[in-house]
Design a protein around this ligand. Structure first.
Ligand code: MLT
Length: 404
């Protein structure tokens, strides 16, 4: 008789955003006349930028012509895109990253889930709490997290680094020594971040204890303050301890297009073994390349027109973020984030858990958000709203919340 991967049986419930989608769908079925405003999952609403659309149309035409048709993409990504990434995302910022260290993929969600595969099963992971659920869930699937304590909402073999208003949402070095440290900065879900100097301390710490930082920079385009690093490779010594994940979903609206990349520096080694070679081997075996049309779309985000158009999109969402932040403050809420990230993190009203507040907002204001507890135990008592809605819907949601 075949055997299943028993680790999947350990996963509590369904994936956070699937649970929310099911709850909202049940509510709309029971109340079809209600107009729901969705500020839950961080999904974009603005259409793709004209420069991106133009590049995609051109690439579609190329695919319809025998002379310019392309089959399988190079498994690590087309050179035109890897060169553009190295130039615009790294060298222009003084980071010494070469195209050979860049691996193009179908997005940061899959990369952030898959990257753990190249590490041994007995590595201990450290995560911020609250945290993007993919990091923990993918390690549960791999059997790395130990036993789940349903009461506490924690795994016995995961090191949690609480990020709450008490420590300004800045993770502290854990008491136990981790092997893999997941950092998402600017942070999902809290919308907060740390300074370049604080990030440098993490890089120094990782190099000192021999840990690898898996650095999720999906929200980098939303940074507005100069003291915040756009890449972990702005820190000295990061190339010997850090892997960086990047996404085109949030800066270019590619949530439905799917494109991202991972940087694994050549200097990142375990003894003599190169993690860059390992990830190349994994990528080559398990992935057949992001589509040509999509990689051309990615390239277009770096053209002067593309850059200017994306800057406008980011500004549009950050206008929403400011409106949410100010509106909630006026309504008496305690709010965080929204300055370097498109997420607003608010304290739920006294006596209400984050799931109770979720139900309350859905039923009384027909607004969908994300309960903090869904991101980990330290998320309890908090709630996330995304700035990725339309401006009109964002204002309408705020009006409804203010009336409660
Ligand atoms: C979120 O809402 O946390 C994100 O949109 C999820 C994701 O990027 O996969």
């Amino acid at each position: 008789m075949f055997k299943i991967n028993e680790n999947y049986q350990k996963l509590p419930g369904s994936y956070l955003f699937s649970t929310i989608a099911k709850k909202v769908s049940a509510y709309t079925k029971a109340n079809p006349e209600k107009e729901i405003i969705r500020l839950g999952i961080g999904d974009v609403t603005q259409p793709l930028a004209p420069a991106v659309i133009e590049a995609m149309h051109k690439a579609v035409d190329e695919m319809g012509n025998a002379d310019s048709f392309r089959g399988y993409a190079p498994d690590l990504g087309y050179e035109f895109l890897r060169n553009a990434i190295a130039e615009h995302d790294y060298r222009s910022r003084g980071c010494d990253i070469s195209p050979e260290e860049i691996f193009v993929s179908d997005g940061a969600k899959s990369d952030s889930a898959n990257i753990q595969e190249i590490f041994g099963p007995d590595n201990r992971i450290a995560v911020c709490d609250p945290v993007y659920p993919v990091y923990v869930d993918s390690n549960v699937m791999a059997g790395r997290t130990g036993v789940y304590d349903a009461q506490a909402g924690t795994w016995s073999n995961v090191i949690y680094m609480p990020c709450t208003m008490e420590n300004n949402f800045v993770p502290e070095f854990p008491k136990e020594t981790p092997d893999l440290i997941y950092l998402c900065l600017p942070n999902n879900p809290t919308g907060t971040t740390i300074t370049r100097t604080q990030l440098q301390e993490w890089v120094d710490y990782a190099n000192q204890v021999g840990a690898v930082i898996i650095y999720d920079a999906a929200y980098e385009a939303y940074i507005s303050e100069p003291e915040v690093a756009h890449s972990i490779y702005e820190c000295q010594g990061a190339k010997t301890c850090a892997i960086e994940l990047k996404s085109y979903s949030k800066n270019a609206g590619f949530t439905g297009v799917r494109l991202g990349y991972t940087v694994v520096p050549r200097e990142l080694k375990c003894g003599e073994v190169s993690l860059n070679h390992m990830w190349a081997r994994r990528h080559g075996t398990k992935f057949n390349g992001a589509p040509y049309i999509v990689q051309r779309a990615g390239e277009a985000t770096y053209s002067p027109e593309g850059k200017a158009q994306l800057k406008e999109q980011v500004a549009y969402y950050m206008k929403n973020a400011a409106a949410i932040k100010n509106g909630l403050k006026e309504a008496g809420y305690t709010v965080f984030g929204g300055v370097n990230a498109p997420y607003i993190w608010l304290k739920t009203p006294e006596q209400m858990t984050s799931w109770e507040f979720f139900d309350y907002l859905l039923e009384k204001a027909n607004v969908v958000g994300t309960p903090g507890a869904g991101f980990g135990p330290s998320g309890e008592g908090y709630f996330r709203l995304t700035a990725f809605g339309s401006y009109e819907n964002t204002l309408a949601a705020l009006e409804r919340i203010k009336k409660l």
